[in-house]
Every structure is written in structure tokens, then in C-alpha cells.
Design a protein around this ligand. Structure first.
Ligand code: SF4
Length: 93
């Protein structure tokens, strides 16, 4: 449904006939790490995310999983399942 408040005229999944259904009744501006992402949109002089209404929350515990400008995890960041790693190590004994 088209937003009638913060991002007026833009399609948004959180908009309803009774108004914005997101927590607080409005979406929040994009944050610094969002710069360069294809999902950002400008409304007035503010930048927002068209996919998620609270961008800061998407970056709170690491990289935003919707981001289009951030590549996948590097090898050092890939977390191994300790159980599988243990079994894998046991095969070579
Ligand atoms: S998808 Fe993620 S990185 Fe891109 S604008 Fe939205 S919150 Fe920011």
C-alpha cells in the first residue's frame, strides 16, 4: 500500500488503511552503512530503506542481510559447526 506519512507515495508493506503499522507509526532513517545500497530511497532530505523500516536494527549484530552493496562473508567470518568439524577431523585418523 502507498505510504501517506514519512515516505509519502512510496509502496510499503507496513502501510495499512489505518496508517503506518510499524512500531512507532513511522519508519526510521537509513544509517551510515546503508550508503551505497540499492534499497535506499530519498524522501525529502532523508534517506530510508525501502525494504526494512528500522535500518539501524539490521546492522546492530553484523551486516544487513538485505544489503546489495556488501558482499558475502569472508572465509575468516564463516562459522563452522563444531560437531561437523569434529566429525570431519575424525575421518582422517
Ligand atoms: S537493505 Fe539493509 S543496507 Fe540496504 S538500505 Fe536497507 S537496511 Fe540499509
Amino acid at each position: 500500500m502507498l505510504c501517506t506519512t514519512t515516505r509519502e507515495g512510496m509502496d510499503c508493506a507496513f502501510m495499512s488503511v489505518t496508517g503506518c503499522s510499524f512500531n512507532g507509526g513511522t519508519c526510521h532513517p537509513a544509517v551510515e552503512p546503508c550508503k551505497g545500497c540499492d534499497r535506499t530511497v530519498n524522501a525529502g532530505d532523508m534517506m530510508y530503506c525501502q525494504s526494512y523500516p528500522d535500518p539501524a536494527a539490521k546492522w546492530r549484530y553484523g551486516k544487513c542481510n538485505f544489503a546489495t552493496h556488501v558482499k558475502g562473508e569472508t572465509l575468516n567470518e564463516v562459522k563452522l559447526n563444531p560437531l561437523k568439524a569434529s566429525k570431519r577431523a575424525g575421518r582422517h585418523r
